[in-house]
Design a protein around this ligand. Sequence first.
Ligand SMILES: [Zn+2]
Length: 213
Amino acid sequence: MKEIKIIENVILYTNDNIDTKIIDAIRFKMLNVMKFFQIDNISKKVIIRIWNDRNKFKDTVCKLEGYDDLPLWAIGNARNEKNEDICYIDKLSLAETKKIEYHKDATLTDFINSIVHEFVHICHTIFTGYNYPDKIWITEGIATYLSDQYPDCDLNVSKEELFGKKVVTYENYRFLYNYIFENYSYEEILSLLKSDETVVSKICDEFSNSKSI
Ligand SMILES: [Zn+2]
């Protein structure tokens, strides 16, 4: 396996030949994510593993997280636990990802963005001092937005489903976060990401009652 340093303490392992331009793009986006969360340096080691075999990917993530199984659409995983010295980002290679019907049209940009998506989860955990929000829409929304996934998104679930406990497709979370970034200040968004109850309810209420959506 090749070892590629992305930024200090963030190392990518792969069997593929990954072009320097792709590494540069991942680095650029990761630095922007750190800047957003006001993180100057990643103090823990972050290991990014690119898997060429879905079974190995699935077994590794299940073992790491104590899951029985992984849904077929899941192509990445991030782990950052307070009492563990190493963070892991496990990611299916682009070739393997395209074998899954749901992701058959995945592009190189999607591949880059989905690594960045997992990195957002790691930085968000650090930012909250390991008091990570328990609401899926908060965590998946920011990961989808900051990694720039699903730019042509639309809302295709009800507002109740969007804010519910069951995961909906990520383009819906991107739609919500486009609204949030258009309508709230940076400080308010940071409070949302720290699960500040006042800001969480305000955003939920205002989005739910918005006549234009
Ligand atoms: Zn995610």
